[in-house]
Design a protein around this ligand. Structure first.
Ligand SMILES: [Zn+2]
Length: 366
C-alpha cells in the first residue's frame, strides 16, 4: 500500500504541549509535541470545528502514524498567569470569588521539533495544502504560541518507515558554527519493524490520541523512544523537496504607473470628478487609490478618487498610521471626515512652521 509522509517543523519562541495530566491550575508541558496538539493544529489549518472534527476528521487523522524529533529540546519556563480577576468565578461551595485565580503554565522556550505524519497519499496531500494556506491561525499547543517559521517543511512519497525518515533528515545548525548535539531524542509510534533497532531505548503508553476535542477524550497509544546519533547516515537517502508554492503572493502596490490602463482609468476618474478633489472641491492634481487590489496597471476608475495635494498627503498619513494594506482610506467615506480634516490642519501647521523657520534662518544669515 502506498503511503506518503508530511514533514513539519514546529519552532517558536514558546510551545506548550499539555497532556491529560495538565489540567486545572498546574499546566505542564510535555517534552515533545503531543498527537492531540498536532492533530488540533491540522484541524485549525483545515478550518474544522471541534464538533466537526470528532465525527468527520479525527477518526482518519488518528490513523496517521506520528514521529517527533527534538532538534532543539528548548528550555522549560513557568509563567505566572492569572484568570478571572473581578469576574466572580464560581467556587465549589456555590459562592463566588472576586480575587483572581493563579494558574501556573509551563512552556518550552526556543524549542524546535521535526514532526512526521505518515498515511494515505490523499490525506497527506490534503493536509499539506491546508498547511500552505491555513483557514485559522496555527499555534504550537497553546494560542499564545505562534510558530516562528512556516510549519510545512516538506512532503515525501518514499516508502521508508518513520525511523528511517527521521534518520535521513539532517540536523541543521541555526547559526554558522553551532555545535551539533551528539544525539537527538525521538519518539515514534510503535511498529514491530523497529523491535531490534539499537537506537530504541524505551517504550511507554501515552494518552494523547484525540477522540474528541469538545469534551477532551483521548485514546492510548504505544510510543517508542529513540536516541539517534547526529551525522550517522545509516538511513535511506531521502529527497525531501519543499512543496512548490502554487498560490501566488498577494498583489503588492507598485510604483510603476506607466501602464496605459492605469493612465486611462486615471483620466476617466478625473473626468467623472470634474477635475475637483472629492474631499475639499479644490482643483485636483492627482488620484488616490481606495483599493490596491488592482494596483500597478489593472486599475478601474472605481479604485481611484481625484484629490488635491493636501488631501492626498492627509490620506497617506492616515493610511500609514493605521497600517492600511489592500483596502485604503476612501475620502468619500464619512467615517474618515474628521480625521482627514485634522490631518490637513496638522500638515498646514507643519508647513507654516517650516516656512517660518526658513524665513528666520534666512533673516539670520543676512
Ligand atoms: Zn482636497
Amino acid at each position: 500500500m502506498s503511503r506518503k509522509t508530511i514533514l513539519l517543523t514546529l519552532e517558536g519562541h514558546l510551545q506548550s504541549w499539555g497532556d491529560h495530566q495538565s489540567k486545572f491550575i498546574v499546566r505542564q508541558t510535555n517534552s515533545m509535541p503531543t498527537k492531540s496538539g498536532v492533530l488540533g493544529l491540522l484541524c485549525a489549518a483545515l478550518g474544522v470545528s471541534r464538533k466537526e472534527a470528532q465525527t468527520n476528521w479525527l477518526p482518519k487523522l488518528r490513523g496517521l502514524k506520528m514521529a517527533c524529533r527534538a532538534d532543539r529540546p528548548g528550555m522549560r519556563i513557568w509563567d505566572y498567569h492569572t484568570v478571572g480577576a473581578k469576574l466572580s468565578l464560581h467556587r465549589a461551595d456555590g459562592k463566588s470569588r472576586t480575587d483572581p485565580l493563579v494558574t501556573c503554565r509551563e512552556y518550552l522556550c526556543d524549542a524546535s521539533f521535526l514532526v512526521l505524519l505518515q498515511g494515505s497519499p490523499i490525506l497527506i496531500d490534503q493536509l499539506a495544502q491546508a498547511l500552505e494556506r491555513p483557514v485559522w491561525p496555527l499555534y504550537l499547543g497553546r494560542k499564545n504560541c505562534p510558530p516562528s517559521r512556516p510549519i510545512l517543511a516538506g512532503i515525501t512519497d518514499s516508502d521508508a518507515d518513520l525511523l528511517s525518515i527521521l534518520r535521513s533528515v539532517p540536523w541543521r545548525p541555526r547559526i554558522e558554527g553551532e555545535q551539533a548535539p551528539s544525539f537527538l531524542v525521538c519518539s515514534l509510534e510503535f511498529d514491530h519493524a523497529y523491535e531490534n533497532d539499537p537506537c530504541i531505548y524505551a517504550s511507554t503508553v501515552v494518552y494523547d490520541s484525540p477522540v474528541s476535542f469538545e469534551m477532551p477524550s483521548h485514546e492510548a497509544r504505544v510510543v517508542l523512544h529513540a536516541a539517534l546519533p547526529v551525522g550517522a547516515e545509516n538511513g535511506v537517502p531521502l529527497a525531501t523537496k519543499p512543496l512548490q508554492r502554487k498560490i501566488p503572493p498577494p498583489p503588492r502596490p507598485r510604483a510603476d504607473y506607466s501602464d496605459s490602463r492605469y493612465k486611462e482609468a486615471r483620466v476617466q476618474r478625473m473626468k467623472s470628478d470634474h477635475g475637483l478633489c472629492v474631499f475639499c472641491k479644490s482643483t485636483a492634481d492627482s488620484v488616490h487609490h481606495v483599493s490596491y487590489k488592482r494596483a500597478g496597471g489593472e486599475e478601474i476608475p472605481g479604485d481611484l478618487r481625484s484629490v488635491c495635494r493636501l488631501c492626498h498627503d492627509a490620506l497617506t498619513m492616515i493610511e500609514y498610521g493605521i497600517g492600511a494594506t489592500m483596502d485604503r482610506v476612501n475620502p468619500e467615506d464619512p467615517r474618515w471626515r474628521d480625521l482627514i480634516i485634522q490631518k490637513r490642519q496638522e500638515i498646514l501647521r507643519f508647513r507654516s512652521l517650516k516656512t517660518q523657520k526658513r524665513a528666520r534662518s534666512m533673516a539670520e544669515s543676512e
